[in-house]
Ligand binder design. Structure first.
Ligand SMILES: [Zn+2]
Length: 140
């Protein structure tokens, strides 16, 4: 599946960003939940700080949710930017065609072994970057 290769290629830059951002989000989330917990106990004991803690808790909760959504969006954008390079191999004699991922050393008209159909030479006929998403969306 092409989706699997996309995910594999996107792991390296994505993980570096997410590990730091997720730590920040997690801390914010834990702190806001703690604030909400303290707000609840302050409310139960009739403390006036309950309202402030409640506001802090909700702001923190909203902030961490917002950051999480932003991170997911940027990760998805990164994943979209890294498109696999495709190498098309074809037989000049019988017209057999094979499409696979680009490998180091691939070039157009390179011989890549015998044709499985007619045993003639298989040549690299095209190398291109696969673009799946609508290009208009990326500009906005
Ligand atoms: Zn052939």
């Amino acid at each position: 599946m092409s989706e699997d290769t996309e995910a594999e290629e996107a792991t390296a830059p994505t993980q570096r960003i997410s590990s730091f951002v997720f730590a920040v989000i997690l801390i914010t989330l834990v702190l806001s939940l703690a604030a909400l917990y303290f707000a609840l106990s302050a409310y139960n004991s009739g403390d006036a700080s309950a309202g402030i803690l409640l506001i802090i808790g909700f702001i923190g909760l909203g902030l961490s949710t917002y950051m999480l959504l932003q991170t997911r969006r940027s990760v998805m954008r990164l994943a979209l930017k890294i498109q696999p390079v495709i190498t098309t191999i074809s037989c000049q004699k019988c017209g057999f065609k094979n499409v696979r991922e680009f490998e180091r050393g691939d070039f157009v008209f390179k011989e890549v072994g015998p044709c499985p159909k007619c045993n003639d030479k298989l040549l690299v006929s095209a190398i291109y970057r696969e673009i799946k998403e609508k290009p208009k969306e990326e500009r906005f």
